[in-house]
Design a binder for this molecule. Structure first.
Ligand code: ZN
Length: 365
């Protein structure tokens, strides 16, 4: 049996917030607009949202407090402000951090629970409706039911999800991603690629998700010539945002695999941006996957119009040429943390202590 869960209406294209603003019109009477500190304003997305909310006579409070890799205390503060403002719906504008904080706040506004309970299946009441506007092209959070938060006690990032957390509408206007510099564009593009790739090879892969994953990965490889350089064209930004949305739809079906779990360790402990952390580990991970899945990966490279099965590694090595240099103690700790993650069960490779250690030692580079 296969089911495709997708409860978000994606609206894609230049000026889509202004042109399809009526989709927000019936959202409610009072919005909490949750953003980070920079991109919502700089990209022009916040101005567009203000115009639509005013047009439809919806009052609103802007809460520009979502931090990078938001932790539980951060979402608790945001939820408290949204609740006090009497919000009946939430609009999240920004990268994955702002959208994930928006989703978590939407749950905390209607469920009287402490934030750490979010990971314990304790969402009883329906969360406030969420509307999402990405300003990066990578997370796919605008079309997923997940929120990824930093958990200090566990020293990593953890995700939780619920079908009721799918944003109602995702407005995807690539012009909002123009404020990203090259490094963030590359890191987030790789995050989207890793979603598509991991969804494709996951033990939870589905036929429909596979079609979307292939299309998303094709766009990533076609965009590489510009991602290697300094200048990213408007056309490629548009394509990358689309690829990121497709990859988000993929992980809504499959979840991610051990690559994400390992990447979380680098982000939490070393502050390496999420997509880059995955990128730095990718080649070694791919080499481990090849041991048991060579035929599947050969098939994949063929579908992507690439040559040899090693070609994805060559291309990605060029995107992230730097080497990871971790101390023995650090590596051992990250291995232990990774071994606790449930995503290991969905990874089509035997990932024991030594295999994971090899990946952190970056033997693929
Ligand atoms: Zn990711």
């Amino acid at each position: 049996m296969e089911c495709f869960r997708m409860l978000t209406i994606p609206v894609i294209g230049k000026n889509c917030v202004l042109e399809k603003g009526e989709l927000l019109g019936g959202a409610g009477k009072r919005a909490a607009v949750i953003t980070g500190k920079f991109s919502a304003v700089a990209s022009g997305a916040l101005d567009d949202i203000r115009a639509v909310l005013e047009k439809f006579d919806i009052s609103y409070t802007v809460i520009a407090k979502a931090e990078n890799n938001p932790h539980l205390e951060n979402v608790a503060v945001i939820a408290k402000e949204a609740k006090e403002a009497g919000a009946d719906h939430i609009i999240g504008i920004g990268g994955g951090s702002a959208m994930d904080a928006a989703k978590a706040a939407a749950v905390l506004c209607t469920n009287d629970i402490s934030p750490d309970m979010l990971f314990k299946d304790s969402i009883k009441a329906d969360p406030l409706p969420v509307y999402a506007i990405p300003t990066t092209a990578g997370t796919g959070s605008e079309v997923t039911p997940y929120s990824v938060l930093t958990v200090k006690g566990k020293e990593t990032k953890l995700s939780f999800g619920d079908n009721r957390m799918f944003p109602r509408v995702a407005f995807l206007d690539h012009r909002y991603t123009r404020t990203m510099g090259r490094a963030t564009t590359v890191d987030t593009a790789f995050d989207a690629f890793s979603h598509a790739f991991e969804g494709y090879i996951s033990k939870r892969a589905t036929r429909t998700a596979g079609i979307l994953a292939i299309e998303s990965m094709k766009i990533f490889f076609a965009s590489l010539p510009e991602l290697y350089g300094e200048c990213i064209s408007e056309k490629v930004r548009e394509e990358l945002l689309y690829a990121s949305m497709l990859a988000g739809m993929v992980i809504s079906q499959t979840g991610t695999t051990a690559l994400h779990s390992m990447g979380y360790a680098l982000t939490y402990n070393k502050g390496i941006p999420h997509g880059r952390a995955n990128g730095l580990l990718f080649c070694a991970y791919y080499m481990e996957l090849m041991k048991e899945n060579r035929r599947k990966l050969e098939e994949l490279t063929k579908k992507l119009g690439l040559g040899e099965v090693e070609e994805p590694m060559e291309k990605i090595k060029k995107l992230f040429p730097e080497k990871l240099d971790l101390g023995m103690e650090e590596k051992e700790k990250y291995v232990e943390d990774t071994l606790k993650q449930k995503s290991l069960a969905y990874t089509p490779a035997k990932l024991d202590h030594d295999t994971i250690l090899r990946i952190f030692e970056n033997k693929g580079k």
